[in-house]
Design a protein around this ligand. Structure first.
Ligand SMILES: Nc1ncnc2c1ncn2[C@@H]1O[C@H](COP(=O)(O)OP(=O)(O)OP(=O)(O)O)[C@@H](O)[C@H]1O
Ligand code: SF4
Ligand SMILES: [Mg+2]
Length: 322
């Protein structure tokens, strides 16, 4: 099966704005490095990582919105800078801010047709797009500030669906919503996946969001993927100490799996102070001397399962921390 979307050795660097550093050239900051994964048609792929780990930057790079090196392929064809991105759409992290404040909802969700010069015959109506996300046609006359949090998410989903994408990138789709509404949005995405064969890349800092929705998971830490694999396997047997600590600190974990010694310590370091060696060594309960000097690479340790850790393959739940 050809992958729907492939990311190979993606790297993103950003120039820090001048003025932060009194003398000399402001440094270029490495945000993401060595990111490789692929998305299959019709699957939900979860990307989890703490705030600042680079999730939104990765999404924006996949849409060609920030410069990156590496290879991006859609259905096997390399995407170029100006290349077609109609196959992929984004639900942005802040839905209200992503909509123009003076444009009515109906006009906003069909705006992509004009931007991409889609022939009239291939366009869906605003009412039809609203219906696909469970909203009444009357909502077309509203302005973004008149929407509830859940409605704003749905409107962004409707806009994302306009160009009939095969992949929707949903950046923090449940952030800022009441728990009951969070479930509604996750159900909407599950319905779209089932009824329309859509693939989703769901980006979240909250691992629990992925527990019942994702087919596969990738874990991002300070701009590096540290573990990828089928969601059920990763939840049942996390291999990277960071993944294990994320699962251990979930609010309502199964008490049999609760491991205080694996709970995460300290704050995520800033990018200007990216640790040497393994980027996780300053917080890792299992770090050994080698971890401070030598960076582990992402290795496939079983079919479909990759890990970036010198202690590759040992079960984190069976080791005693040093
Ligand atoms: N245009 C930019 N110039 C310089 N640094 C940037 C730029 N955009 C993002 N960054 C930095 O890159 C890092 C990753 O940011 P990003 O927004 O991708 O993180 P995130 O994982 O989406 O975080 P959050 O969960 O808070 O949304 C942060 O340290 C951020 O400050
Ligand atoms: S390489 Fe070392 S510091 Fe990094 S996760 Fe593995 S054990 Fe921890
Ligand atoms: Mg973000």
């Amino acid at each position: 099966m050809t992958a729907l979307y492939q990311v190979e050795d993606l790297r993103v660097d950003m120039q820090l704005p001048g003025g932060l550093i009194p003398f000399g050239k402001p440094p270029r900051l490495n945000i993401l490095e060595g990111i490789s994964f692929e998305l299959n048609p019709g699957e939900t792929f979860g990307l989890v990582g703490e705030s600042g780990s680079g999730k939104t930057t990765l999404a924006r790079a996949m849409l060609g919105l920030v410069p990156a090196t590496g290879t991006l392929r859609f259905r096997g064809a390399a995407l170029t800078e100006a290349g077609l991105r109609r196959g992929t759409a984004m639900m942005f992290q802040d839905p209200v801010a992503s909509l123009s404040p003076r444009m009515q909802v109906g006009a906003a969700i069909i705006e992509p047709y004009a931007i991409h010069r889609i022939p009239k015959a291939e366009r869906a109506s605003a009412a039809d797009l609203l219906a696909r996300v469970g909203l009444p046609p009357a909502l077309a006359a509203r302005y973004p500030h008149e929407l509830s949090g859940g409605q704003a998410r749905r409107v962004c989903a409707a806009r994302a669906l306009a160009l009939n994408p095969a992949l929707v990138i949903a950046d923090e789709p449940t952030a800022g919503l009441d728990v009951s509404i969070q479930g509604d949005i996750l159900n909407l995405m599950a319905d779209l996946k089932r009824d329309r064969g859509l693939a989703f890349l769901v980006i979240t800092h909250n691992l629990s969001v992925l527990r019942h929705t994702a087919d596969r998971i990738a874990v991002l830490y300070l701009g590096r993927l540290v573990e990828t694999g089928p969601a059920a396997e990763v939840f049942a047997r996390p291999l990277h100490p960071y993944t294990a600590s994320l699962i251990a600190s979930e609010p309502d974990p199964d008490p049999r799996r609760r491991r205080a010694d694996l709970a995460i310590r300290g704050e995520i370091p800033g990018l200007l102070r990216r640790p040497s060696g393994c980027v996780f060594h300053t917080r890792c309960p299992l770090a050994v001397a080698r971890c401070r000097s030598e960076a582990p690479i992402l290795r496939e340790i079983a079919p479909g399962r990759s890990l970036r850790c010198h202690l590759a393959g040992q079960d984190t739940t069976e080791r005693t921390p040093t």
